[in-house]
Design a protein. Sequence first.
Length: 476
Amino acid sequence: MSDRERRSGARTTLDQLEEEKIRKAIEHVWKPSPYLELLRNRDFLLLWLGQGISQLGDWLIVVALVLLVRDLTGSALAVGTLMIFKILPVLLFGSVVGVFVDRLNRKRTMIFCDLFRGALVALLPFVRGVFQVYLIVFLMETFSLFFTPAKDASLPNLVESDHILTANSLSYTTNQLTMILGLGFSSTIILVVHGLVRAIPTPVLGAISEVPLIRYFVPQLAGSQAIFVMDTFSFIVSAILIGFIHLPPAEHLIRKINYSQVKDDVLEGLHFLKTHPRIRPMIISAGMALLGGGSIYTLGVFYCEEVLRVGKTGFGFLLTLLAVGMLLGGIFSGLVGRLLSRHYLFNGSILIFGVALLLFSLIPYYEVTILLSVVAGVALGLIFVSGYTFLHETVEDKLMGRVFATLESLLRISLLLSLVLTGMIADIIGRRVLSLGDFSLHLNGPRITLVLGALVVMLAGAYAFRSDRLAGEIRC
């Protein structure tokens, strides 16, 4: 081969390599977003849309329920009792819910729960006593206790394994967005619906009012209880969308469940959680983090009034920023989760959340607490997405329902304990001045309790890291 031919061949090879580099660069630039790739999955898209609509309705009625109980009783105690009935199903059924989720058809379970929750919400505009509200809320939360683990356990069967992180990120982000919209714009939505109903020509409205069933709800659309009607239809839409999802039934389904089977399944789930070197500390540390972090909801308003001097309005703004941070955390988790191991991200986020809460409690400057609220929210978002993703990637399908039911129960119980205990501790400490010779120490119960809560969160992070070291080296 001549020198000219060799040089020509070398140039051809270089040109081919150059073209390959350019092609890969173009593919990298124009590569679809992982979120767009995920939304091309028809089954996940249906579940995501259904849950987005349903969750918006759920957050809308949070305020509506409080207003309904207040209007019926005029009692602050009655409003507080509402929270007890929301938590009570976890205490009664939390230990066995996962067994049914693992043993029954999850798709049918979700549809059944959605339809019954919709029917229960539809009764709220017609209640005349507060105990009717309590019963409806208790039943709704019971069905939610079955629906949530069934939904979470179904995710790995709907998406590819490399899309689980993105799916959790998108689901969590959507939930936070619907929370912000539902809590922040419930009054606006009521006014919009009220205006739309009033804009309907009287003959048309009269014709609609003659339709069976619908005629009972039309009068409610013109008032504040329009939220309940909207939430009813959100559950129906969610059930319809889930009905079109292709979710193959699990191989471990059984037709009849007896006491012995339930007992054996509960013990099997508990044994798995007790012996798994990573899942057990992950669930425990999540519960501890919420136990300490929940103090902000109980005592934050007192801290804002007595230390920061910004009142209830300032506290409401900080809660809004916390929610915005959680939304950002859900978005960032899809990016950061590709760079760090699930354990490292989960454990580190708990520590960041604890440090942010500690600084929030110690630094009496409102401008600083604004930043810390966002940081704490971002950390919470990272905690939830990384934790759920790890469970989806680690737990066998036959145990998935029990694991998620246990996690859901533990988080709710931890929040309940936090709401009760932190308020009691703050009242015991009180507001007093300790004189130590020429030195005076001002004690503020809410502030000290917030510090203690932050230390519990940081202890949870340290425990998670220590457990990981015992289970093996963290790979990131």
